[in-house]
Design a protein around this ligand. Structure first.
Ligand code: URP
Ligand code: ZN
Ligand code: ZN
Length: 479
């Protein structure tokens, strides 16, 4: 059925203007004044903003991790996404070391069939041999994967050592895919974790002490240097420190193609949460990298404003209280992860737009368009134009809401945003041209979400190719 959205203000990364929107067959087919379509379902958006649906480039639904499985699967996690105005997630296929990448990819594709919203996949490189290189090629050429993830932390599990980074970044460059990194020095984390436990520090308060900001700064600088040496672009996920943001800024200032992502949580939650005298509350905030002392938040916001960090995400990886209790005697066994896919847009609007740190257009860039551009989904997603996918959020900038685990859609009993009152909320979310969430009601069904293929060679890669071919070394002619 056609969908006509009337009377609202379109807000894109470029402009804000009043216009009606007509959608059919999952696409925006017309934009203009006073549109009419007799057979269409009509939504009155008077006084509301219409923005591209959020794209969260970093989630982990149903992730098997640290001896358990994340509580939000692709059904509950994407319901939460739609409730918060996010219409597409990019999740992670994480093969176990020695596991075939294609086998893991198929496993994740099976799990994600019940998604309510759209989804795509980065694939993690957790080990290396020639077969991994071959399967990366198949994933890019046949399955629409254009980004690969490298965990520089999680020693003895999924950590990618420097030899793996070099081999995989080289292959990414060959394929036109984007290498991404979780930048924390896994050796240092492991060393500091043992040190904390030896000192009798076994509670959640030891978690940030085992992962100080220099651990992230070192890994960020190393990953960026490796990428620079190979001529590859690089995308750093969940940048949480001033050191890592500085490393990105410096590299960009020196002509390198580097992208940085920041989590809504890292922008607004600080490390005092680990001092909470209630073990469960403190453990609920255990994620990596950890929440940081407040001055890092200021640095992250400035990096967002300066364009050093281009995307916002959540790293939604939800573990319930019972799962967190696996680390009751030993903080290193607390499953790492927090939720947020529902709250990201509201938190960023309230703390970013309402405070004057960013404009509404920059909000769209940070929550949707920039991710679409970097991961080559644009302009199909992340834009409002005729022919683009009808993935939209209708936003009421006047409505307020208090965020709470009591009312969120995630399957867990705690929220890192508990009690935060935000102004500016999504009222209706449209996914693939259909009303998927409306005024508190989930209307999308399991399986309505579509797998989104992403082709390699995003525009920035074409420029990079040209630069690389111009810089090809030539032997000196000595004849
Ligand atoms: O604590 C986190 N972030 N858990 C999920 C895995 C990761 O590091 O992204
Ligand atoms: Zn990570
Ligand atoms: Zn993650």
């Amino acid at each position: 059925m056609m969908l006509l959205i009337k009377g609202g203000t379109l807000v894109t990364h470029e402009e804000s203007r009043k216009a009606d929107l007509l959608c059919d067959n999952g696409k925006i087919i017309q934009i203009g004044a006073d549109l009419s379509a007799p057979d269409a379902e009509v939504i009155d958006a008077t006084g509301k903003l219409i923005m591209p649906g959020g794209i969260d480039p970093h989630t982990h639904m149903q992730l098997p991790f640290m001896g358990t499985v994340a509580k939000d699967d692709f059904a509950s996690g994407t319901a939460a996404a739609l409730a918060g105005g996010t219409t597409t997630i990019i999740d992670f296929v994480i093969p176990s070391p020695q596991q075939s990448l294609l086998e893991a990819y198929q496993q994740w594709r099976d799990w994600s069939e019940k998604a309510h919203a759209n989804y795509s996949f980065h694939v993690a490189i957790t080990w290396w041999d020639d077969s991994v290189a071959k399967e990366m090629t198949t994933l890019v050429k046949e399955h629409g994967v254009n980004s690969f993830k490298h965990f520089m932390a999680y020693k003895n599990a999924i950590m990618a050592t420097d030899d793996i980074l070099v081999a995989s970044f080289t292959q990414c460059l060959e394929l036109g895919a984007v290498p991404t990194v979780h930048a924390e020095n896994g050796e240092l984390v492991f060393h500091l974790q043992q040190k904390m436990l030896q000192k009798g520090m076994n509670g959640p308060e030891a978690h940030p002490l085992s992962r100080p900001s220099s651990v992230e700064g070192e890994a960020a600088n190393r990953a960026i240097s490796i990428a620079k040496t190979l001529g590859a672009p690089i995308y750093l996920v969940h940048v949480s420190t001033e050191e890592a943001a500085d490393a990105i800024r410096y590299a960009k200032d020196h002509g390198q193609t580097v992208f940085g992502e920041v989590l809504a949580g890292h922008l607004v939650v600080d490390d005092s949460v680990y001092q909470n005298t209630d073990w469960e509350t403190a453990a609920a905030h255990v994620m990596s990298p950890p929440f940081r002392p407040k001055h890092h938040q200021d640095a992250l916001w400035k990096a967002v404003q300066a364009g050093t960090l281009q995307t916002t995400a959540t790293d939604h990886c939800a573990f319930c209280t019972e799962q967190k209790a696996m680390g009751k005697e030993d903080f290193t066994k607390i499953p790492n992860g927090t939720a947020g896919v529902e709250e990201r847009l509201m938190v960023l609007w309230d703390k970013g737009v309402n405070s004057g740190k960013i404009t509404a257009n920059e909000f769209v860039a940070l929550t949707s368009t920039n991710t679409a551009k970097i991961f080559n989904l644009y302009p199909q997603k992340g834009s409002i134009r005729e022919g683009a996918d009808a993935d939209l959020v209708i936003w009421d900038p006047e409505q307020s809401k208090t965020l709470s685990a009591k009312s969120h859609w995630s399957n867990i009993e705690h929220s890192i945003f508990e009690g935060m009152t935000v102004s500016g909320v999504p009222v209706t979310t449209i996914c693939n041209g259909k009303v998927a969430f409306d005024n508190g009601k989930l209307l999308a069904e399991q399986g309505d979400g579509q797998y989104v293929k992403r082709a390699p060679y995003a525009p920035f890669y074409q420029a990079l190719e040209k630069r690389l071919s111009l810089a090809e070394p030539k032997p000196v002619d000595r004849n």
